[in-house]
Design a protein around this ligand. Structure first.
Ligand SMILES: CC(=O)SCCNC(=O)CCNC(=O)[C@H](O)C(C)(C)COP(=O)(O)OP(=O)(O)OC[C@H]1O[C@@H](n2cnc3c(N)ncnc32)[C@H](O)[C@@H]1OP(=O)(O)O
Length: 412
């Protein structure tokens, strides 16, 4: 029997979560800026390098790590100029990293921030690095999603291939496709959005975001003068949200659709950063150890229904680690659109009370490349509060993918 189990484990490439060791990749800190609405929020005029350097500075201060020791930084971004790399390197200098600290920027759309953490984690695991930072930034007021692609410059062949063509779909349209194909009703979406708002408002009122947020200093006009203020809170949380109010909103992506401003994530500005190290290195440096970064996976789905990505990625992640949906205490599923979250939670069979207990992107905001790292910052304090053993971060990804990461809590 044991032999059969062993063989099946090998075929399915699944291994139980390993015991703690000095070679583990551990998370030593995770912070984020407040998330504010693009074009309307207080961070709308704050450039991405300032958002990111604020997150870096907060991370350095809270973990007390010497910036000279950081070997490499990977920053997720989607729309930032210079492919995000120039902005991010400038942000590192502003935060006090020396010229010996290396940096690169990557783009896997909405999962870029967690992808950045996974790249650092993989390098630590293989011995290429001892300590590094995974981060994300998106300034969507200044660099929006529309600036990405000029369809007139593309080859005709794209339009003859259904999947290649669907990569050009607007994200809102993919939400409509998920709702139509899988019968997710407007009421289900509005109910999910209402609960996201309620959970986020409760968490904000109870001060549950304080541990993860690094305030951003901005300058605003005050009559003829300017003055500095600190932005300390997310501004997308609408405590006045009611199910009836949500039901009255017009569809945002076509007159017969069910996706609205109320049940979609908001276009948002923000940044986040996560410090990762090999356990032996973290111990030697006396760094805090908040959790273990255990695994990360991506799974492909059709681009036209990219929202179902987590329903492919999460089971793959759980199976690989011999875990069941109920072994995970908290799921941080990015709420790109309520339609996709409702579908994924139902499809995987996740207990809804374990999903985004502090609310998600519908209430908090979704600054694309920042989001995955933001989710780590939001998850860890909640894992500590609930004494949760395992947490999963997941999101859907434009062009048809899902990503999922497994994190183990090490805070008492
Ligand atoms: C892979 C991925 O993750 S894909 C996801 C990528 N992200 C996206 O695609 C972003 C999706 N979201 C969007 O494009 C935009 O938010 C839209 C088009 C849906 C809506 O844009 P906007 O109209 O600018 O939204 P906005 O948040 O300002 O809301 C418009 C109005 O709707 C109403 N409204 C919004 N939320 C609520 C609510 N919870 N309750 C009641 N009314 C609400 C309000 O009247 C609001 O106006 P106000 O802010 O002046 O009060």
């Amino acid at each position: 029997m044991n032999r059969i189990q062993h063989l099946s484990t090998q075929v399915n490439n699944c291994t139980p979560v390993p015991a703690k060791s000095d070679n583990d990749v551990v998370i030593c800190g995770a912070v984020r800026t407040p998330l504010t609405k693009a074009k309307k929020g207080l961070l709308r005029d704050t450039p991405p390098e300032v958002l990111l350097s604020t997150a870096f500075t907060g991370l350095l201060q809270r973990t007390k790590v010497d910036p000279k020791l950081i070997q490499d930084i990977v920053v997720g971004n989607v729309n930032q100029p210079g492919s995000g790399a120039i902005v991010s390197k400038m942000a590192a200098f502003l935060a006090g990293f020396p010229d010996t600290t290396c940096l690169t920027a990557i783009n896997r759309f909405c999962s870029s921030g967690i992808e950045a953490c996974a790249v650092i984690a993989a390098k630590i695991r293989t011995g290429m690095l001892d300590i590094g930072i995974g981060a994300g930034v998106e300034q969507m007021t200044m660099y929006d999603m529309q600036s990405q692609m000029n369809a007139e410059l593309l080859s005709d062949a794209i339009f003859d291939h259904p999947c290649a063509r669907d990569c050009l779909l607007g994200m809102g349209q993919t939400s409509e496709n998920v709702a139509a194909q899988f019968g997710i009703t407007r009421l289900q979406q509005d109910k999910f959005a209402y609960e996201s708002q309620q959970k986020a408002y409760k968490a904000q009122s109870e001060g549950l975001y304080k541990d993860e947020i690094v305030p951003v200093k901005i300058t605003i006009k005050d009559g003829d003068k300017t003055k500095e203020i600190l932005v300390t809170e997310d501004d997308g949380i609408r405590k006045e949200t009611t199910l009836e109010g949500l039901g009255k909103l017009k569809p945002a992506f076509g007159k017969d659709g069910s996706t609205t401003a109320g049940n979609s994530s908001q276009v948002t500005d923000g940044a986040a950063a996560v410090l990762l190290a090999r356990r032996s290195v973290a111990k030697k440096l006396g760094l805090p150890i908040l959790g273990r970064f255990l695994d990360y996976t991506v799974a492909g789905v059709p681009p036209g229904i990219m929202g179902i990505g987590p329903a492919a990625a999460i089971p793959q992640l759980l199976q690989r680690n011999s875990l069941k949906p109920n072994d995970i205490c908290i799921y941080e599923i990015n709420e790109a659109f309520a339609s996709q979250s409702v579908y994924c939670v139902e499809k995987i069979g996740i207990d809804p009370t374990r999903v985004n207990p502090k609310g998600g992107a519908i209430a908090l905001g979704h600054p694309l490349g920042c989001t995955g790292a933001r989710q780590v910052a939001t998850l860890l304090p909640e894992m500590k509060r609930k004494k949760a053993k395992y947490g999963v971060i997941s999101m859907c990804i434009a062009t048809g993918m899902g990503a999922a990461a497994l994190i183990e809590n090490e805070q008492n």
